[in-house]
Design a protein around this ligand. Sequence first.
Ligand SMILES: [Ca+2]
Length: 560
Amino acid sequence: MKHPSSINPALPQGVRARALTGSLLGTLLLAACGGSDTPPPPSSRPLAQSCAAYVPSNLPVNATFLRTELRETQTVTETHYATGEPITMPRACIVRGTIASGPGSTIHWAVELPEGADWNGKTMTLGGGGFDGFMPTDDPWHVKYVQSDAALSFVRISSDSGHQTEDFAWATDPVALQNHADEANHLALQVGTHIATQFYGKAPTRRYMVGHSNGGRSGLIAADRYPNDYDGVLAMAPAISQQAHQVNMGGFNRWIYGRHADGNPDTSLPAQANWISPGKSALYAAAEIAACDALDGLTDGIIGNVEACTYVPTDLQCADDVAGAQDDSCLTTGQIEAIRLNYADKTVPLTLANGMTGYERYGRGGAATGDWQVYAFGFEYDGGFLSKGFSYIAPTSVIQALTGSESADSMNHDPLGMATQWQALANTMEPSTDLVNFGQRSKLLVWYGMADTCVSVYRTAAYLDQVRQTSGSAAFDRFARFVTSPGVGHDLTGPGAAKADLITALVDWVEKDVAPDQLVATGSSDAGTFERPLCPFPSFPKYTGSGDTSKATSFTCSVS
Ligand SMILES: [Ca+2]
């Protein structure tokens, strides 16, 4: 059995005793009240009192209760990618516990309970990013990407996906991998639903999921494999097809993006001759915006018409590649090639889940976001590897797990020699394109920043095209929408309009049948805040040529 049926004997005695006592107390209280009078639920008392006293009983999926804690409203400094933004963590009673799935995987879960009078009667599962291994409940980033005060009224459920480190070494355990792929959120949802029902004295009326990056992938795979889990799923910048991404970022051939940008095989040139420094990113960003900004009808610092932007920075070419390697006022031949590859589809000949081969290009505009440094190139050149860039770390971590070698390196890995392992991993992690069952009762809202240079918007577009074909177009339009924000990167940075209450949009669609076809995002610039419509892919906000440029009504969604 994947989930043992007894309380985990490895837990400290006090924890086991507390869990048992809680169960017994609940039984005794119910017996004492007897008759037709239902005891008031814990939420009938103020949260500070009810939280301290609450001990959940009869938890499903053999979950174990650890503790409750009252988190008062607190402002913290976000550490995610060092943006340093102040983020307000909401007040909640946090119930914590574990699920011992197997020797190699223990799921830590958390359930955030708002004050009884504030609960909207629903749950929201928060998906985790990266390789998980942390609790979204405790991470300011999840508060930021949810972007909606409406989220504060939900019971919020999260898990660490079944392991406690943020690397990928745990993935050699098949239970841990399955938990990360889809199972941990499914089990935590059952725990959270039970606790909400017990704490408030009534079952949740709706259950939602919101996730960003890997959390977005988690939302899509939940829609595929557990189509009855959620009434609505919001998938932001879903990191699907990561095995295809990892295979293509690595060192299969010299022309592949990661190796080209990082490793310079030509010893007659400086080591950094292909690498894009922060200064060179800024140089390129300004040139790309100058070349493509007006293609959407308005010179506003945002490349809206991404498809029409074909700028190649030959005008920035250094006179000398040796002298120019570290000169932030020009780009070497290799640096121009690295940028070309950033915008080129990748085609490593390895067929992975859903029949896909290769990995799609990134959308234009990433140089003006934080993404080029965080994900593609790193902040510092470090002797041959993108040691601080996701594009090196992610594939290398996965390859080390697949090969069982801590010295394995994505820069000299041959994925065709491990095709079976890559295919098995992709099949575990990838949502299928059949969301028919989900679509019959639930809604899917997908958002993407067009300038995302961590995971490709075009991969998600291709996936959703397959979902549309599988569902039939009319059915697809009844349950799915895919909207984008130009000029916005993976972490919602960049000049575009990234802020939108997508939670309320999804809830209105599920509960009021108001489809999210008129959504507006806001952004800010030196001139103040501005609005742009959130257009369905592949259309973009095109300025009508007249009207207030800070109002969404002055733009139409256009494909050219
Ligand atoms: Ca523009």
